[in-house]
Ligand binder design. Sequence first.
Ligand code: 5GP
Length: 152
Amino acid sequence: MPVQENSKRTISDVAYDENNIFAKILRKEAPCFAVYEDEMTLAFMDVMPQTQGHTLVIPKFPAENIFDLDPEYAAAMAKTVKKIAPAVKAAFDAPGILIAQLNGAAAGQTVFHIHTHIIPRSEGIDLKLHAREMADFDELKQHAERIKRALG
Ligand code: 5GP
């Protein structure tokens, strides 16, 4: 299983739900359009993008949010965001990139495996509603390819 064991806590300390969709993606029980993977993180297309190119970065660690996340995995997630954001910017010719990370339902979090959003922004192109409209899968596949090409 690619999700790393959380050896610093017992399961009773952690509210993490192993059946959340991103845990399933990490276990390859659910599909995703991946753009990058390393030992500690995975980056893939958001299936309900707020703009074209909306990409997510997740750590391979069973944490709901920033409060549960091992600092080494927080650093790994930040490092992957730093790597992917310029590729998304180039692939979508975006003058701006919005980076967001929501912690808790009150903050708008809807999937309870910590993740960072990388969202291309351009003047005159509004953000679509959060987690609302499913994208065309062929288009998502092409967008993932564009980002992978930009990563070189
Ligand atoms: P949150 O609201 O937790 O910050 O963001 C969760 C994100 O996950 C949303 O942007 C939503 O569109 C995305 N999402 C939800 N289900 C899936 C899924 O099955 N696959 C992918 N790739 N993204 C998903």
